[in-house]
Design a protein around this ligand. Structure first.
Ligand code: SAH
Length: 250
């Protein structure tokens, strides 16, 4: 069981191409994570991707590509406080925790049973230290005193367009911290960025880094966008549940 030796060796090479290293212990955790994900996916809807090579590239490797931004890599290496907003089956948070065990991650989703899977999985992988799950909508968490403007890094993959996502994520970032959006193709992300520019500024952010790249084996185009929080977010944001996606700021 677990990932086959050839998939594990490709995963190791791909991780090394990011300038990170994956020792046997980390690879063993990715292999276990694959088994746990596939087993739970039989009883609940966690992922449409189940082929082991695809999971290794599109979920595991892809989740680590935010280190393409050196500032984010430094933060993770220093064990910063991270929020994975709309984490679903734990991406990008679980792969990040496997490679950076000192980071403290809050896994947030509006669907509780996904969080229960993440909780069990972190325990099974011996990675629960410093992690917590949080069943909330971004629109509510952004007004929770214990969470608002407290994270060094908020990251989010495949949750919403840049404008909506900025309203979900920026209120949670502490001033001076970062929000990293993990997006799809470069062209579509660029048009989302253009549409989001005003909203980002208004919410206290500044886009400081964008990079487009291809996943290995032509498994798709991705774009990483980093926004630095330069100012406090005005108190009324995020607006009430549903509004950031129904009526994106303009
Ligand atoms: N980040 C994961 C999951 C993406 S699917 C991945 O890349 O694989 C989007 C997830 O975001 C879903 O699990 C959904 O429940 C969650 N989500 C969507 N809107 C949300 C909101 N407003 N607040 C919290 N979670 C939300």
């Amino acid at each position: 069981m677990g990932l086959s030796a050839s998939v594990l060796s490709e995963l190791k090479t791909n991780i090394e191409s990011l300038g990170l290293s994956a020792d046997d212990k980390a690879l063993q955790k990715f292999s276990m994570l694959y088994d746990l994900l596939i087993a739970k996916n039989e009883v609940m809807n966690l992922t449409a991707i189940t082929d082991e090579r695809e999971v290794a590239v599109k979920h595991f490797y892809d989740s680590l590509t935010l280190v393409k931004d050196q500032k984010i890599r430094n933060l993770l290496e220093n064990g910063c406080r991270v929020c994975d907003l709309g984490t679903g089956a734990g991406f990008p948070g679980i792969p990040i925790k496997i490679l950076f065990p000192n980071v403290k991650i809050t896994f947030v989703d509006s669907v509780n049973k996904k969080l229960l899977y993440i909780d069990e999985t972190l325990t099974a992988l011996g990675l629960h230290d410093g992690c917590s799950i949080c069943h909330s909508r971004a629109e509510d968490l952004g007004h929770d005193k214990a969470s608002r403007e407290t994270f060094d890094l908020v990251t989010s993959r495949a949750v919403a367009n840049m404008t909506t996502l900025s309203e979900y994520c920026l209120p949670l970032v502490k001033p001076g911290g970062y929000f990293t959006a993990m997006k799809g193709g470069k062209a579509e992300t660029e048009s989302e960025i253009t549409a989001a520019e005003k909203a980002v500024a208004f919410l206290g952010g500044k886009i400081i880094f964008t990079t487009g790249f291809d996943l290995p084996d032509q498994m798709g185009e991705r774009t990483i966008v980093t926004i630095r929080k330069t100012k406090t977010t005005p108190k009324k944001y995020p607006r009430k549940a549903g509004l950031p996606s129904k009526e994106p700021l303009s």
